[in-house]
Ligand binder design. Sequence first.
Ligand code: SAM
Length: 287
Amino acid sequence: MPASNSKTDQPKAGVLYVVATPIGNLADMSERAVQILSSVDAVAAEDTRHSRVLFSQFGIKTRMISLNEQNEAGKIPALLSMLGRGEDIALISDAGTPLISDPGFQLVRAARETGLRVSPVPGASAMIAALSVAGLPTDRFVFEGFLPARPVARRKALTRLLTEPRTVVLYESVHRIIDSLNDMVRVLGEDRQAVVARELTKKFETVVHGRLGDLAQKLSQDRASLKGEFVVVIAGSAALEEDLADARKLLQALLEELPAAQAARVAAKMTGVSRKTLYRMALAAGR
Ligand code: SAM
C-alpha cells in the first residue's frame, strides 16, 4: 500500500532506482542491489530471461517488466504512472550500469522531467573497470561507447579522435574487434599506446597493453583471445591541440596544390608536427 501525502491525499510518488549489476562475476553484486531489487514493486529489465539467472542466484522474486532499446519509448507512460501511484521501480540492464551503452536514458530523463526521484545503486561498469587497470592517464578521459559498425563511419569517428588529448575508452564486440583495431592503427597510427581489456572479472580475463600496431597484430594472430567482450582504452594524443589545429589548416592549403605525401612533408617541416600524423590527416581528408 503506497504511503499517502496527508495534505493532498495524493499517494507519495515512488522512486526509480538505477541499479548496476555485475559485468561477469556474480560475486560483484552488491548487498544493496539485492535489497533494492527484492523490495521494489517492479524491475524494468533489458532482457527478462537473461536477468532471471541473476534473480534466481540471489533469490529475488520481484516482477519484471521488459524495457529494451526497441520498446523503451512506448513503456515510459505506464512506468511513470506506476511511479506516480507510489510504486518503486528498479531499472537494470543485462550487465553493468544501465544507460552506459545500455537502455534507460529516455526513462530516466522522463522521470526527472516529471519531478520524480531517481536514485543510483552504483556498481560495476566495464568502462571504469578497464580504466582502473589500464595504466593510462585517468585524470581526464572520454567515453565513446561503441564505434560505428560500418568501416567508413568508423574511420570518420576515429578521425575525430585523432587530436583528442584525453584518454579514450571504447566498447567493442567480438565480431568487430580486429577490424576496429586495424582501423585504429590506420587512423591513429601504430605507435599510440593502448590497452585491450577482455572478459573483465571473468575466468578468462586478459588485459594487454602496448602500441596499437602490436595489439592489432597480437590479437589477429591469437584466435583464442578472440572470444568474449572487449574494452579498448587508448592514450590521448600527445601533440598539442593548438599545434595540430595550425598544422591542419596549413595542410589543407597545401593539399590544394600537392599530393598527400608531399603536402604532409612540407607541413611537417613548417610546423614540427610529425609527418606521419599529417599524412594520416591527409588520407583521412580523402586525399
Ligand atoms: N552497461 C554496461 C557497462 O556498464 O559496462 C555496458 C553494456 S554494453 C551493451 C556491452 C559492452 O560492454 C561489451 O560489448 C563490452 O564492450 C563491454 N563489456 C561488458 N562487460 C565486459 C567485460 N566483462 N569485460 C570487457 N568488456 C565488457
